[in-house]
Design a protein around this ligand. Structure first.
Ligand SMILES: [Zn+2]
Length: 173
């Protein structure tokens, strides 16, 4: 025979379990999106920093993963051909809480996060009014110089923007 309080407890733990299954499924999907593509980081409060100042993203199950942050779209003049743009003029990716992150949010840009390490970033080339000229899943981008300075300081290295590799960030750890 059950006491009333036992029944309540049983109901409650079932609820907790179903919520946990749901959040794990959601977290698995988020992880997969981060690994293969990217996730829009609309809410700066979902971003965290580790003790080194590296940018972390909190998954829906509470797990924190290291990410790279960048703006995955860029506006251009009309009659423009994306392949003409030198890589230096495209958005940079960030991995520390550098001054540019605040500027990105303050200027109304909506950054994305990714844990891809192959250097192929999803990227959209847009017209002045937001019309899509061209989109790719494989845009090469350069690291932010401010973030790279912090990295070099922490690792006593002297890597330049063309020699830095995403795998140094150990995003999949
Ligand atoms: Zn940066």
């Amino acid at each position: 025979m059950f006491y009333k309080s036992d029944i309540k407890f049983t109901d409650f733990s079932e609820l907790v379990n179903s919520v946990r299954v749901f959040t794990n499924k959601e977290a698995f999907e988020e992880k997969s999106e981060l690994h293969h593509r990217n996730i829009a980081l609309q809410d700066p409060k979902k971003l965290l920093l580790d003790s080194d100042g590296r940018i972390l993203y909190r998954l829906s199950n509470g797990e924190e993963v290291k990410i790279v942050l960048y703006v995955d779209y860029q506006h251009f003049q009309n009659n423009y051909y994306p392949h003409d743009t030198p890589i230096e003029n495209l958005n940079r990716y960030h991995f520390y809480n550098c001054q540019n992150i605040e500027v990105i949010y303050r200027n109304g840009y909506r950054p994305s996060g990714t844990t891809r390490e192959d250097g192929a970033f999803p990227y959209k080339f847009l017209g002045q009014f937001g019309e899509e000229f061209f989109a790719t899943q494989h845009q090469q981008l350069l690291p932010c110089e401010k973030c790279l300075d912090i990295f070099n300081n922490q690792h006593k290295s002297n890597l330049g923007i063309y020699h830095f590799k995403l795998e140094y960030l150990q995003l999949s750890e």
